[in-house]
Design a binder for this molecule. Structure first.
Ligand SMILES: [Zn+2]
Length: 223
């Protein structure tokens, strides 16, 4: 069951007090409305009933998808002392969900992206490893200019290039112009095998898996 609670919010503009429903836990497959509110970030936006100001409210939540077997621990901001150490989880949650993917995620864009990757049945480690290769080797300008490559979608029915479908990624340049990168799913399966054979690419515990994690693992796990 999803869990929510109400909190009083003071509008920073007109100082009137209102209440906001804060989400503590989302059970995505049985509560699609809440899932949608998290995906489109409405779950984190308070609209003042007096003046209509929209305020970003940073709350933490647990996102559970039983159908796709993953659990995400989410914080709006990454703690300053976070260096990819695994979250300290209660033993019971790990034992209750033995075949699950556990991830720690910070930032709304990152949460949206992680959910759609895992809902697509793809490995986020493989996707991040592919993004790393694209940004650092195929298109080194992307890494040099610190653009972030994001996952857009997986289309198993787009069989122009491969019988396995295609993977779409994109990035935005400094003018906020979006550029798409379309990849053959064969490449995904090549990377999947490489990730499987590389012990550095096996996350231990509930960590953030992003470009920084890949980079750290590629360099042998040094901080
Ligand atoms: Zn207001």
């Amino acid at each position: 069951m999803s869990k929510v609670h109400k909190e009083q919010i003071e509008c920073p503009h007109c100082h009137s007090i209102g209440t906001m429903e804060m989400i503590d836990e989302v059970d995505a497959d049985i509560d699609p409305v809440l899932r949608e509110r998290v995906l489109n970030a409405q779950a984190f936006i308070y609209t003042c009933p007096e003046c209509g100001s929209r305020i970003l409210v940073g709350n933490s939540l647990l996102y559970h998808d039983a159908q796709h077997r993953f659990i995400i621990f989410f914080d709006m901001e990454r703690p300053a002392d976070y260096h990819y150490q695994p979250l300290k989880l209660s033993k019971s949650i790990i034992e209750d969900y033995p075949d699950y993917t556990f991830r720690y995620v910070t930032g709304m864009t990152e949460l949206h992206e992680k959910i759609i990757i895992l809902e697509s049945g793809l490995s986020d480690v493989v996707i991040e490893r592919m993004k790393y290769m694209l940004a650092h080797y195929s298109h080194p300008d992307i890494a040099r200019k610190s653009y972030k490559i994001r996952f857009a979608n997986y289309d198993p029915d787009d069989k122009d290039d491969s019988e396995f479908g295609t993977l779409s990624l994109f990035y935005r340049d400094s003018n906020d112009e979006a550029y798409g990168i379309k990849l053959n799913m064969r490449l995904y399966y090549d990377f999947k095998l490489a990730v499987k054979l590389d012990p550095r690419m096996h996350p231990q515990g509930c960590v953030i898996v992003d470009e920084g994690w890949i980079s750290r693992q590629m360099k042998g796990g040094a901080l």
